[in-house]
Design a binder for this molecule. Structure first.
Ligand SMILES: NC(=O)c1ccc[n+]([C@@H]2O[C@H](COP(=O)([O-])OP(=O)(O)OC[C@H]3O[C@@H](n4cnc5c(N)ncnc54)[C@H](OP(=O)(O)O)[C@@H]3O)[C@@H](O)[C@H]2O)c1
Length: 177
C-alpha cells in the first residue's frame, strides 16, 4: 500500500513538472505575441538616434534597418563611403520618415585624435543607442604564433574588438574634447 502511494505521489510530481515545462515553452512561444509588451526603446534610450558600427553589411545592416523600422534615426559607421551612401539610400527608400547620417571610420585606427573627430560628428545629434557590431577575428582557428598577418593582425583584432565599445560609448556623456 505504501509503495502504491509512493508511486502515485512520484507520478503526480513528474506529471506536474512536465505540465509546468510545457506551459513554460508555450509561454515563451506565444508570450511575445499576445502577453508581453515590447520594450519601448525610445523611452528607454531617451533619444531619437541610434549609431551602428559596421553598418553596411550583414548583422550591422540588419540592425540599422530594424532600428529605422522602429522609428530611430540612424548614424551608420564603417570604412567604405560608397557602401555607407548606398545603405543610407536603401534605408531612406524603405523608411522615408527617418534621418540617416554616415561617418567613415576604420576601427583598426586606435588614434584618440581620430576618435575625437568621430565623436564630434556623433555628438551633433542626440544618440541613445549604440550597436557596436564591428568586430574582427581570424579567418580560421590557428595557434597564436602562426596567425596569418602576424603581430599586425593580432594587434588589429585586439584594437577593433576592444576600443570601440569604450570609446564610441563616449558620445553618451559627450566626452569628445
Ligand atoms: N556572421 C556571423 O555568423 C557572426 C557570428 C559571430 C560573430 N559575428 C561578428 O559579428 C560582427 C558582424 O558580422 P557580419 O557577419 O555581419 O560581418 P560582415 O557582413 O562582414 O560586415 C562587416 C561590417 O563591418 C564593416 N567593417 C569591417 N571592418 C571594419 C573596420 N575595421 N572598421 C569599420 N568598419 C568595418 C564592414 O564595412 P566596410 O568593409 O565598408 O568597413 C561591414 O559593414 C563581426 O564582429 C563578426 O565577427 C558574426
Amino acid at each position: 500500500m505504501d509503495l502504491e502511494w509512493f508511486a502515485i505521489g512520484a507520478g503526480t510530481v513528474v506529471l506536474l513538472y512536465i505540465i509546468y515545462r510545457f506551459l513554460q515553452v508555450l509561454l515563451n512561444i506565444i508570450g511575445p505575441y499576445v502577453i508581453f509588451q515590447p520594450i519601448d526603446l525610445h523611452k528607454k534610450s531617451g533619444a531619437s538616434w541610434a549609431v551602428v558600427t559596421g553598418a553596411t553589411d550583414g548583422i550591422g545592416k540588419s540592425y540599422s534597418f530594424e532600428l529605422a523600422h522602429r522609428g530611430f534615426n540612424i548614424f551608420l559607421v564603417s570604412r567604405t563611403e560608397s557602401k555607407l551612401e548606398a545603405t543610407k539610400q536603401e534605408i531612406l527608400k524603405k523608411y522615408p520618415d527617418v534621418e540617416v547620417r554616415i561617418a567613415t571610420y576604420d576601427f583598426t585606427n586606435p588614434s584618440p585624435a581620430a576618435y575625437r573627430e568621430l565623436l564630434s560628428d556623433l555628438n551633433e545629434v542626440n544618440i541613445g543607442i549604440l550597436i557596436n557590431n564591428v568586430g574582427m577575428f581570424f579567418e580560421y582557428p590557428e595557434e597564436i604564433h602562426k596567425v596569418e598577418g602576424g603581430i599586425e593582425t593580432l594587434a588589429n583584432v585586439a584594437i577593433v574588438n576592444v576600443l570601440p565599445p569604450t570609446l564610441v560609448s563616449l558620445f553618451k556623456i559627450g566626452i569628445s574634447q
